[in-house]
Design a protein around this ligand. Structure first.
Ligand code: FE2
Length: 198
């Protein structure tokens, strides 16, 4: 039986606390969170720690986490993520070199649980995105529906709703295949995302 690293256990526990406090029962967010958390509770994937060779936008992580800690609802989750993140592989989005230099060097993603995550498995994708100040993350879409845990200020886009500013500590839900994006204001944007792909 594979054992989860302690820092990952603490992070997943902190995420579970935020999701159960912030996702209202009966909502699509609560349903995605329940599927993801059940799967994570039932089995452990392959543990594959990364090495730290992050893209340039990574330099904004410390300030983003500092701000996250100032929001009570996500302070523990921010601490747990800070402890975990040296084990992650921070990368650019695949193909980002074709989306302009501002985006290419202005974002970084890390998979925590997922096909290329610290914990490798195919049914759950749980990761982090960091966006440098004044950078817009490109439009994207994917078949699994998605919940973001908003860890900073910033704006979120959904093609059927336009832009909105959820505020740190809140959740954002995206139905399957909907076009969505986000953009940072004067501070870096940090978001955690969960997708059920089982
Ligand atoms: Fe997404």
């Amino acid at each position: 039986m594979v054992t989860r690293p302690e820092a990952l256990v603490r992070f997943l526990d902190a995420a579970r606390d935020v999701l159960s406090a912030r996702a209202e029962e009966g909502t699509p967010s609560a349903a995605v969170a329940a599927r993801v958390l059940d799967a994570i509770g039932n089995s452990v994937g392959t543990i594959a720690p990364g090495t730290l060779d992050p893209p340039p936008a990574y330099r904004h992580l410390a300030s983003a986490l500092e701000h996250a800690r100032a929001t009570t609802e996500i302070a523990s989750l921010a601490d747990a993520f800070q402890e975990l993140e040296p084990e992650l592989r921070w990368r650019r989005r695949a193909g980002s070199e074709t989306a302009g230099a501002v985006f290419h060097d202005g974002h970084a993603n890390a998979e925590i649980v997922g096909p290329a995550g610290l914990e490798q498995r195919g049914d759950v994708w749980f990761g982090a995105s960091l966006v440098a100040p004044h950078v817009r993350y490109i439009d994207h879409r994917h078949p699994p529906e998605e919940v973001y845990i908003v860890m900073s200020d910033g704006e979120w886009y959904r093609e059927d709703r336009g832009w909105h500013r959820p505020g740190a500590g809140n959740l954002v839900h995206n139905p399957p295949n909907i076009v969505h994006a986000m953009r940072a204001g004067s501070g870096a944007l940090l978001a955690l995302w969960l997708l059920w792909a089982g």
